[in-house]
Unconditional design. Structure first.
Lengths: 315, 291, 505
């Protein structure tokens, strides 16, 4: 299995290259000229010509790519066209924020989604099942911005319990940091909880009917042992796949939620970068989130092996 | 896992449609789901002949009016009747929801099946491409598509479908991995059945459940995503309504006109609930183990 | 030599704070911005929101009053030569930059050179008339111009007149924008992109008695509802660009204050009349059709519907409140019948036109109102929503029929009209070209006599209001909402937040 993991990590490199080429080309194909925006309201032709030259936008696209990738390999991710800040610095600044928000949101999603999923599978067809479904689905269909703004209006403006915004780094002031992050994490978490809940329920339903569960029940094992030890473990596969995907998506940023709670994470950064055609920032962040996706999917694949030992022979 | 499973499987391939239908009909929550979906499809189709106001008819004297006798659902930021916009918007939103998910499933599931079943370099390529697609920001994909394909609802559906696809690839692949080591698959392989046959008869029916669940969930995301695309000029074009774009505008008037967000929000919830309940029923009906 | 030395009196006014009021202890001010500013270097800057931050960090040679009069800031007085080709400026003494470098004539010269020669500088066109900058005394400079330029002083009231520490500028070059060093009341502390910009009081400020705030934090919060919620929750002390529909609720809230000023800019529909092949369409070729489109729009109703009456409807490049507004050409009332007959005269009963608009909800709403109004006169307006980078590209490339876009506005009237309406104007995207207009606008630029200038602008307006390369719609009103704790804030038409005399209790 270790050699499998090793091989997979090695494959990461060509994958990242592929991602960077793909996104680079796609970006270059986008309409809209970043230099026109950058040149300011007056759009001085001299400045436009200079900036095009400076950012090598006159070079053929393959040249631009090779120039970029060779700088990246030397540790230089370029600078943001919009603010002149080094991209690497921006990533360093935003990554901890994004990870903190993603982890907190995932925890909330797990805490809500999985127990309700199990419960509603066990109590299938009862009122509990219906209620759990409705609650979970409302978490999914209530738009994030609506829930976010309502929470701010209620919790911050009316009750004054939590600050409406103002990110604090976790290690500078853990309590304030958790206070400012709990609402956005809740907004994101409830939406994800629905997905987890529905999949847990479905997988559990499938497993609960399987023969080994019948056998376990027939043996007279306690229902809770049957459910948790035998059934849940076997229902985990789709949940693992999904969790990896959802976490990866969270790493790419949750634009609306970040915007509403003014959390300086990847989401807002990348949206602004795309709209401003801030190529270096987009490239840098995408590379970073791609690492995140690949890593999470690798974790998921390793989890398959752990959960289903028979697969190990095949890798 | 046990031989009992093996004996159950062949039966699953012989199930006929009427039996599935019968099971589905007997399922109360599935019936409720069906009614909900049918209702919204109904109003979407009947929109042109229903006795409602022009959904694009503005009235400068009725800007953001709360629900009343004259306007049952209230009016929006341009004094348009929200009820008629909801009804007309159902068309765009249901299409955006259903078609884009269909695109995602039809492309994603086969790739997932191939990747999971054959493994090896095929899996490598498909999985890495999926990673690449997952890492590409939705916005870039959407703007690029808007530029190439031109602005229209159809192209919005393609963009949403493409971006929702990777999750189906991963999900299917994961399920296949867990199913393909089961005895009945190994058995089928041992007796020399063709790969296509094994995939269609033994793998697909057993990986179906999570895909169905995901598909019914993805409808909600797709309906909401259409809004962000119409905002980029890719989805429904103004002044024609869609629930997503109504929500998008309502965002700016949450405190002054809460009803503007309430109706499209509720409609999306009900449609998603409908699809999920229906999906549950379908799932049960299709489940070979269910009797 | 006409001396414009308001110096002594105005300087006294600017400095003149009632003595005896001791500054409050550790007064922090938190300001909500609508966007995250771009690079923080006045020479490279290009956004409105960035200027709000400079207003606290960087002093300028001159400033404006709320009535747009030019008053001294770092320059204490100035005078023009009779031929209008030389401008002599006396500079304030005893001013230091945040890094301790003294402010003097050499510093001004270095700043002007930087603005004019740094390849990245966006200020070149604003200072293009300056031929040489001479140091004529330790605190006196003389600008020699190639041709008379009445707009120059007003340019010094904005980014082109902001003074950076020459030491820091030489050392940091283009990277100065990461941490600007100026001579304003506050010095730069830190910036986290999309999160905050922090400034602290500069103890060596020449006018420090007018400063009662110790620390300023700017927080970009793009969502207007959320920005207001933050103010209400006490997380902000003030915010800029309150959404017009929120104005009523702020005015009705006793714990909040409301302030507004009509902006210097405008919003309108730029029509492609000569920019490439796409100008060859009825809207671009026939002024009667543009007149019909203008007549089909009820600007008052537009302002009521979208902005609840908070903005100023307008039909010229200057708002009706401006001294430059031509009162003989008031806003035409909506006349659908006349619009229809004009359209018919031009040969159409129905006409499809396409107008692109930036994809923000407010501009989309504006265009949908126009769409509905124009429909009654026979126009089938197709709205093409695009993001701003694309909109600009299409516009400058001429790939559009109509484009809903605005201009942030300049203190001098020239800035709102010359570059849009002259044949070779730098941002004349409609490519409207009329030698008569060129002659009038060039003449207006060169005269320092306001009456002469006004006459030229009025004459140009008579032609432009028939040709309509831009159909002006309205002038934005800057709206600020402040906590009741904030005192002494003054609203300026340039939309800046000046912190002199602002207190927080």
């Amino acid at each position: 299995m270790y050699s499998y993991i090793g091989r997979r990590i090695l494959i990461t490199i060509p994958t990242l290259l592929l991602v960077s080429v793909f996104v680079f080309i796609l970006q270059k194909l986008l309409p809209g000229d970043p230099i026109l925006v950058l040149a300011g309201e007056e759009r001085d032709p001299e400045v436009i010509a200079f900036l095009r030259e400076k950012y090598r936008l006159n070079d053929p696209i393959p040249y631009q790519y090779f120039y970029w990738i060779s700088s990246v390999l030397q540790g230089d991710f370029g600078i943001s066209l919009r603010t002149n800040q080094p991209v690497l610095e921006l990533i360093k600044e935003k990554l901890p924020v994004t990870i903190q928000l993603a982890v907190m949101a995932m925890i909330i999603a797990f805490v809500i989604g999985i127990p309700t999923g199990i419960l509603s599978a066990i109590k299938k067809g009862t009122i509990t099942d219906y209620l759990a479904n409705i609650v979970a689905l409302s978490g999914l269909s209530v738009p994030n911005f609506w829930l976010g703004i309502m929470l701010i209006l209620l919790v911050s403006v009316n009750l004054g319990w939590l600050p409406a915004s103002g990110y604090q780094p976790l290690f500078e002031d853990p309590i304030k940091s958790l206070q400012t992050m709990i609402m956005p994490a809740f907004v994101l978490g409830t939406a994800l909880a629905a997905t987890l809940m529905r999949h847990t329920r479905s997988a559990m339903l499938g497993v609960l009917k399987a023969d080994y569960i019948r056998t376990a029940r027939a043996k007279g094992l306690f229902e809770s042992v049957v459910v948790l030890k035998h059934a849940f473990r076997n229902a985990l596969l789709p949940i693992v796949t999904l969790s990896a995907l959802l976490f990866g998506e969270l790493l790419a940023g949750a634009v609306l939620t970040e915007q509403i709670f003014t959390i300086p994470g990847f989401g807002k950064l990348i949206v602004d970068a795309v709209f401003n055609r801030d190529y270096a920032v987009v490239q840098g962040v995408v590379l970073c989130t791609a690492v995140g996706f690949i890593f999470m999917n690798l974790l998921a694949d390793v989890a398959y092996l752990v959960l289903n030992p028979r697969l190990r022979d095949q890798v | 896992m046990t031989s009992a499973v093996t004996t159950l499987k062949p039966e699953s391939t012989h199930r006929d449609e009427s039996r599935i239908w019968k099971k589905l009909k007997g399922n109360k929550s599935a019936a409720l789901g069906f009614i909900l979906v049918l209702f919204f499809v109904g109003i979407a189709v009947l929109a042109p002949i229903l006795p409602i106001d022009d959904p694009t008819g503005t009235s400068w004297s009725a800007i953001r009016k709360a629900p009343s006798d004259a306007y049952w659902f209230g009016t929006d930021e341009l004094g348009r009747d929200i009820l008629s916009r909801m009804i007309w918007g159902a068309q765009a939103s249901l299409l955006a929801g259903v078609v884009s998910v269909a695109i995602a499933v039809l492309i994603g599931v086969p790739f997932g099946l191939i990747a999971g079943y054959f493994g090896g370099w095929l899996d490598g390529i498909i999985s890495r491409a999926t990673d690449a697609l997952l890492a590409t920001p939705f916005l870039i994909l959407a703007i690029a598509l808007a530029a190439f394909l031109g602005p229209s609802l159809t192209n919005a559906m393609i963009a949403i479908g493409l971006s929702a696809m990777p999750i189906f690839v991963r999900l299917t692949r994961g399920q296949v991995l867990s199913v393909k080591t089961e005895d009945y698959v190994e058995g089928a392989r041992a007796i020399g059945l063709s790969h296509t046959l094994i995939i269609l008869r033994y793998i697909l029916p057993n990986v179906f459940a999570p895909i169905l669940v995901q598909a019914t969930l993805a409808v909600a995301t797709a309906i909401i995503a259409e809004a962000s695309l119409s905002f980029l000029g890719l989805g429904q074009q103004p002044p024609a309504p869609s629930w997503g774009s109504m929500l998008n505008v309502a965002k700016n008037f949450l405190s002054q006109a809460p009803w503007m967000a309430m109706w499209p929000g509720a409609a999306i919830f009900l449609v998603v609930l409908g699809f999920n309940l229906l999906g549950d029923g379908l799932r049960d009906a299709l489940d070979p183990r269910e009797t | 030599m006409r001396k414009l030395t308001l110096a002594a009196t105005m300087a006294a006014l600017a400095v003149g704070v009632a003595p005896g009021i001791s500054p409050a202890t550790a007064a922090d001010l938190r300001i909500g911005l609508q966007e995250d500013p771009d690079v923080l270097d006045p020479d490279q800057s290009r956004t409105f929101v960035g200027r709000i931050v400079y207003a606290a960090v960087c002093d300028k040679l001159v400033d404006i009053t709320p009535d747009l009069e030019i008053i001294p800031q770092l320059a204490t007085g100035w005078s023009w030569s009779d031929d209008g080709l030389t401008l002599t400026m006396d500079l304030r003494e005893g001013v230091t930059f945040h890094d301790g470098t003294p402010f003097d004539a050499e510093a001004v010269k270095a700043n002007i050179e930087r603005s004019k020669t740094m390849p990245e500088s966006r200020r070149k066109s604003e200072l293009s008339s300056i031929e040489t900058t001479q140091v004529t005394g330790s605190h006196q400079v003389k600008f020699t111009l190639a041709s008379p330029d009445a707009t120059l002083i007003a340019q010094f009231a904005d980014r082109a007149g902001m003074m950076l520490s020459p030491t820091a500028a030489a050392e940091k070059g283009v990277e100065l924008g990461l941490a600007p060093v100026c001579s304003g009341p506050f010095k730069f502390v830190e910036r986290v992109q999309q999160d905050r910009i922090v400034l602290e009081k500069f103890d060596g400020y020449w006018n420090k008695d007018a400063i009662h705030i110790d620390k300023v934090t700017y927080l970009p919060i793009p969502d207007t509802t959320v920005r207001l919620a933050n103010l209400r929750a006490g997380d902000l002390d003030m915010l800029e660009r309150l959404a017009a529909p929120d104005a009523a609720s702020v005015k009705g809230d006793s714990s909040l204050q409301y302030a507004e000023a009509v902006s210097l800019g405008y919003q309108g529909i730029t029509v492609n009349v000569g920019n490439g092949d796409r100008a060859k369409n009825p809207l671009g070729e026939d002024p009667r059709i543009r007149q019909a489109l203008e007549l089909s729009i009820d600007r008052e109703a537009l302002n009521q519907v979208v902005f609840e009456g908070a903005f100023k409807p307008g039909n010229q490049s200057f708002p009706t409140t401006s001294p430059w507004y031509d009162k003989s050409l008031p806003m035409p009332a909506r006349d659908v019948e006349k619009a229809k007959s004009l359209l018919k005269e031009a040969g159409y009963d129905k006409l499809e036109i396409e107008v692109q608009v930036a994809n923000n909800p407010v501009q989309m709403q504006v265009m949908q109102v126009v769409q509905a109004m124009a429909a009654e006169a026979g126009f089938d307006v197709k709205i093409k929503a695009t993001e701003f980078a694309t909109l600009l590209q299409e516009q400058s490339a001429g790939n559009y029929q109509g484009s809903q876009i605005g201009w942030s506005g300049r203190v001098d009237p020239d800035g709102n009209i010359h570059q849009f309406m002259t044949c070779k104007g730098g941002i004349n995207d409609s490519k409207y070209c009329n030698p008569e207009i060129d002659a009038l606008l060039n003449a207006a630029r060169q005269s320092t006599d306001n009456a002469v200038r006004k006459a030229k602008y009025d004459e140009a307006r008579k032609i432009l209001s028939k040709d309509l390369p831009i159909i002006y719609l309205y002038h934005q009103t800057w709206i600020w909402a402040l906590s009741e704790k904030v005192e002494g804030f003054a609203a300026y038409p340039d939309g800046m937040i000046r912190l002199e005399n602002v207190k927080i209790n």
